[in-house]
Design a protein around this ligand. Structure first.
Ligand SMILES: Nc1nc2c(ncn2[C@@H]2O[C@H](COP(=O)(O)OP(=O)(O)OP(=O)(O)O)[C@@H](O)[C@H]2O)c(=O)[nH]1
Ligand SMILES: [Mg+2]
Length: 295
């Protein structure tokens, strides 16, 4: 209880700070690290390809060959699910595999208790006041200290308990980027028909325009080496972030794979507008294709 109150106090201070800076500020609550990260600068929300993405500290992590996973979870008003999502992360199993685990929730300006619940579950909370799914992830990746990043929504749709299995595959096959496929094993009723059709359509367009071999271009669960992020030119600040990340990972020749997962029904209020976000994603694919031809 005391911990929660302290957390709330910290959050209020943080919100005041945000008003004046308009940047994402990391709120470090409890860190489970065995290393001393205290003195390392944690950059605020970065612009693309800023020096902070390649800072010396990052190179130190890479050089020491530390096995550390940062689970990055973007959240916008997800108070119903966020606690359950964090609890599902198999920390002990990952530790047995030799990994340190950092859990990071990127609060995208939630009006509910999302950030307080995340904080009370000992996640690091980063507040990204600039709205957008892509903006949330950019803030998360910039602040992640793991050399492996794993992602997923804050709505209990993605099976975080599959992480050890997926990371084992990554190690065994020396993969750089793994994306997940929600559609192949999708159970009836988990996704609405319009949403399913929209996903299939987007996957087809992505395949035609970019030759992307994925079965699911829109999945939001990825596991990848942190080092490749610096080499991907992902510009999207909103929902197209997911497809653009995959296009960039494949296009840049990284060793990629896709694994099927058991996707689940969302907990909490739906935010996605199938029509608006779907059309936005199609438009983004066309614009990216034209731009790529142009340069
Ligand atoms: N839609 C939306 N989601 C955001 C934003 N910022 C962070 N998020 C989080 O990003 C994740 C993906 O958004 P969802 O609304 O679940 O999108 P989706 O998974 O395509 O749609 P559902 O099938 O309804 O889950 C969730 O955890 C959101 O809380 C934002 O600006 N818009
Ligand atoms: Mg979702």
């Amino acid at each position: 209880m005391f911990f929660l109150k302290e957390g709330v106090k910290k959050m209020v201070q943080l919100e005041n700070a945000i008003m004046s800076t308009n940047t994402a500020i990391p709120v470090e609550t409890e860190t489970s690290t065995e290393l001393d990260f205290e003195n390392l600068s944690s950059p605020p929300f970065p612009g693309r390809r800023n020096g902070d993405r390649r800072n010396t500290n990052r190179r130190i992590f890479d050089r020491k060959n530390i096995k550390k996973i940062t689970v990055v979870i973007p959240a916008l008003n997800e108070e119903q699910a966020i606690g359950l999502v964090i609890k599902e992360i198999p920390i002990n199993e990952l530790k047995k595999m030799g990994y340190e685990v950092e859990i990071m929730v990127i609060d995208n300006g939630s009006k509910d208790k999302t950030r307080y619940i995340a904080n009370s579950h000992r996640a690091k909370v980063i507040v990204q006041p600039i709205k957008g799914y892509g903006n949330a992830y950019k803030a998360g990746f910039a602040n992640a200290t793991g050399n492996i990043i794993a992602t997923g929504d804050a709505d209990l749709t993605y099976p975080f308990n599959d992480l050890p299995k997926i990371i084992k595959k990554m190690e065994d096959e020396n993969l750089d980027f793994i994306t997940t496929d929600r559609l192949t094993n999708l159970q009836p009723g988990v996704m609405s028909r319009t949403h399913y059709f929209g996903n299939r359509l987007l996957q087809l367009i992505t395949k035609i325009l970019f030759g992307l071999p994925c079965k699911d271009s829109q999945s939001g669960m990825w596991i990848f080496k942190r080092s490749i992020w610096d080499k991907l030119n992902v510009k999207s600040s909103g929902m197209p972030f997911s497809q653009e990340l995959k296009i960039e990972a494949y296009k840049n020749g990284f060793k990629c794979a896709e694994v099927p997962i058991a996707y689940r029904t969302r907990v909490g209020e739906v935010k996605l507008s199938t029509l608006k976000d779907g059309l936005g994603n199609i438009l983004h694919l066309i614009k990216k294709r034209i731009f790529n031809w142009w340069i």
